[in-house]
Design a protein around this ligand. Structure first.
Ligand code: PMP
Length: 391
């Protein structure tokens, strides 16, 4: 798929344009409904937007401090205490980043020696593979298996060797919508402690968990806080994906290693948006509960529609995304299916194969995003229903 670019360093030769950019461009070109990339089609709370405008007018427009502004670091620390009982020192244990993406890249670059191995679960968010490669690390994957996206603990154990540096976890998980439960997290934690591994945990969907389930930060498990770097961001929690305000927290020495890499990537970003997100994090329970309830309703609209359209749907417990198996419709290859979907019915989705090392497992799987207005989802479902008639 990826053409060789003679200028590109060898360690990045496996990477081309991200599938999200390709599919969003396809949606624009074909005037299709874009259920590919995970961004909401409505803005976050007005009071948060107003706070950003106020911050610009108040002159918060120069480089903020390298760690991020104090009020945002305090807000992150209070958020972790309020929702999970986690104690975080805003002076030494929190770092504000250019989205979770930069936190991921900076931590992998800071913590992984070239040649060391990083274990993650497939399907994986594509940034993981690229950031591990930029760090010169080697990716080892454990497969999350449909229909419930469980994993085999023995497989996880078998991936650890003397060269393993860390486990990169994502819960709630993109693209599957899986929310790792206490037992699964305990298994991962036990292994990390026994084999003295670090854990980086990407929790950007922490407030998008449905059906009465809870998000459990792995750092709250016994003996984990000292070896865990927790990453999150304002993008999905507040619906401002373009602001790129993220953060990492962890024990001070671990965090200061990440800070050293981060300061030479962007140094800092988004001064006025940092002020706005400091206010956003203090929103009350109603906001956070409303966010999850609203997203669960959207999940229901899309999943019911996808089922009616004839797909096998792996109903997600969290996030913005639902994965389907396209084989009941007589299709086999998700990449071909996604390129052809705009012609067939005017909808864009993303092929999950690109999130797998074991390509054959991901081949018939396709991801649809439901973080869209209900009427947009209804319209998309109407179009998808026409697929059956085409066979
Ligand atoms: N992690 C995961 C699992 C994601 O899905 C995304 C965004 N799609 C990110 C990180 C990136 O977050 P940000 O926009 O804050 O960089």
């Amino acid at each position: 798929m990826t053409e060789k670019n003679p200028y590109l360093a060898e360690r990045l030769q496996d990477f081309g344009t991200t599938i999200f950019a390709e599919m969003s461009a396809l949606a624009v070109r074909t005037d299709s409904i874009n259920l590919g990339q995970g961004f909401p089609d409505t803005d976050g709370p007005n009071q948060v937007a107003e706070a950003a405008i106020r911050a610009i007018r108040d002159g918060h427009n120069q480089y903020p401090p390298g760690l991020g502004i104090e009020s945002l670091r305090i807000a992150v620390s209070e958020h972790q205490k309020r929702f999970y009982g986690i104690e975080v020192d805003p002076e030494t244990e929190v770092l504000i980043t250019a989205g979770a993406s930069e936190a991921l890249a900076a931590s992998l670059i800071a913590l992984v020696e070239p040649g060391q191995e990083v274990i993650t679960f497939e399907p994986y968010f594509d940034v993981y593979a690229a950031a591990i490669a930029m760090a010169g690390g080697k990716r080892r994957v454990v497969t999350l298996k449909t229909p419930d996206y469980s994993f085999d603990y023995e497989e996880l154990v078998s991936k650890v060797n003397s060269n393993t540096r860390l486990i990169l976890l994502n819960s709630p998980h993109n693209p599957t919508g899986k929310v790792f439960d206490h037992q699964e997290l305990s298994q991962i934690a036990k292994l990390a402690v026994e084999r003295d591994l670090l854990v980086i945990t990407d929790e950007v969907y922490e407030h998008l968990v449905f059906d009465g389930l809870s998000h459990i930060p792995i750092s709250t498990l016994p003996d984990m806080s000292e070896r865990t770097l927790t990453i999150s961001s304002a993008a999905k929690t507040f619906g401002f994906t373009g602001w790129k305000i993220g953060w990492a927290h962890g024990p001070s020495e671990l965090l200061s290693a990440v800070r050293i890499a981060k300061q030479f990537l962007t140094y800092v970003n988004g001064a006025p948006f940092q002020h706005a997100i400091a206010e956003a994090l203090k929103l009350d329970e109603n906001y956070y509960m409303g966010l999850a309830l609203d997203m669960a309703k959207k999940r229901d609209i899309l999943c019911e529609g996808l089922e009616k359209a004839g797909f096998e749907v792996f109903r997600p417990s969290g996030t913005y995304y639902a994965t389907v198996d396209i084989r009941p419709l007589g299709d086999e290859d998700g990449i071909e299916f996604c390129w052809d979907l705009p012609n067939r019915c005017g909808v864009v989705a993303v092929p999950n194969e690109v999130f797998y090392d074991n390509k054959n497992i991901g081949k018939p799987l396709v991801r649809f995003a439901y973080c869209k207005k209900p009427e947009v989802l209804d319209h998309a479902v109407e179009k998808l229903l026409s697929l059956k008639a085409q066979k």
